[in-house]
Design a protein. Structure first.
Length: 391
């Protein structure tokens, strides 16, 4: 186990290293936009290279968000123009309900269309994101008070939430702000309360998914889809818990969410391997030949940097420094250095690792993935400027 004393001996990324890593990531994005100007990379690379994909998955918003982050740094109008062109595609998608029967409206529309509205005043972005928020409201269950993640609404085999959905809630808070309608915020607050009550185990690890009774709405059981087993801690899910609790506190100011942040974040740090790049599941530790999930590391770093805004000085310093230690490891061990190496930004991610005891499909193992690229760039941006969230 990674003790705090041991962890605090690891080097932190320096301002110079951070700036250089950010510069390199933006330069790579400026090259990659030539390939993905009018389309999107798939969710994960194959042999470290993405292929072109249409806007039909849950992941396309991360590429557009990467363009916005790179644009904020470079002010390169090619990046802005490409991102705005993609906003039109997001508007078309939500207006025509193309593969929108799931909860991932925030992942799709916050880093793409909300960002477009915040950065450029795009009315198309605003319209698309509000429609996406409306679509998400349709997945709320009064019995249980949660947003159903996937599948036919109300079906017993999918009457559940998943931890990832905490990062879809900011779309609803934003929608209430821009429309003046409290219904979005009210549903988001109820979902967060339900998730926080049920998805964190006594040992501070997290369930990936949690089922509820279709008749009564009462909690039933926590299981996994993408973790190693029902009782294990899927590292990316733990990272969603870190960032999700930070964002929940930023929106609601509930001190309980600071305590939850501490618990899930300390668990994450305690279970890091010796090189600080997490395995895809915390069942595995230093010396295992199981694959890593670098995306979990950078998501967690973003969450630590966000929550540090709201903590007292000593705690803020600890978690900021923790993020800087994790980012040092990811820049040194996972960052793409050239377009010959990859057309992504962050190596050694894992989308889904099939095991005998989970229900996912094997894919994107030891590859780049678009959310890893995005959160890597977001973390570097947070470390170099007072960044205004898209979330």
């Amino acid at each position: 186990m990674m003790t705090r004393e041991k962890f605090e001996k690891y080097p932190m990324i320096s301002p110079e290293e951070t700036e250089q890593a950010l510069k390199k990531a933006v330069e790579l994005t400026e090259v990659n936009v030539k390939e993905f100007y009018d389309c999107f990379p798939g969710a994960n690379s194959e042999n470290n290279f993405y292929s072109e994909f249409e806007n039909t998955d849950w992941t396309e918003g991360f590429w557009t968000g990467e363009l916005w982050l790179a644009y904020e740094k470079s002010q390169n109008d090619v990046l802005k123009d490409a991102a705005l062109k993609q906003v039109d595609k997001f508007l078309y998608r939500i207006e025509n309900h193309i593969k929108t029967d799931h909860h991932d409206m925030g992942f799709l529309y916050s880093p793409s269309c909300v960002a477009a509205y915040k950065l450029t005043g795009s009315e198309a972005g605003k319209k698309a994101a509000v429609l996406a928020a409306d679509n998400l409201l349709g997945r709320f269950h009064e019995k249980g008070e949660f947003f159903q993640a996937w599948g036919e609404m109300g079906a017993p085999d999918n009457y559940r939430l998943i931890i990832d959905c905490l990062m879809n809630m900011p779309l609803l808070f934003w929608a209430s702000e821009v429309t003046g309608d409290a219904k979005y915020r009210e549903k988001a607050e109820r979902h967060i309360k339900t998730a926080m009550k049920n998805i964190i185990r006594p040992d501070n690890s997290t369930y990936h998914t949690y089922f509820f009774d279709t008749e009564t709405g009462m909690p039933k059981k926590g299981v996994t889809c993408q973790g190693n087993r029902d009782g294990s801690a899927w590292s990316r899910g733990q990272a969603w818990g870190i960032y999700g609790s930070a964002v929940a506190y930023s929106k609601l100011g509930n001190a309980e969410y600071i305590d939850i942040f501490r618990r899930v974040t300390d668990y994450f740090i305690e279970h890091l391997p010796d090189d600080l790049v997490p395995y895809w599941d915390f069942d595995f530790d230093t010396g295992s030949d199981e694959p890593r999930d670098s995306s979990a590391g950078v998501i967690a770093a973003c969450g630590m940097l966000e929550m540090s805004k709201y903590l007292d000085d000593a705690e803020a310093e600890y978690y900021t420094n923790a993020a800087m230690r994790i980012m040092k490891a990811h820049v040194d061990l996972c960052a793409v250095q050239s377009t010959e190496q990859s057309n992504g930004l962050l190596l050694h991610g894992t989308y889904a690792r099939k095991t005998p005891t989970n229900t996912c499909t094997n894919g994107g193992v030891d590859e780049c993935n678009t959310w890893g690229d995005y959160f890597y760039l977001e973390a570097l941006t947070r470390l170099t400027t007072d960044w205004k969230l898209y979330w």
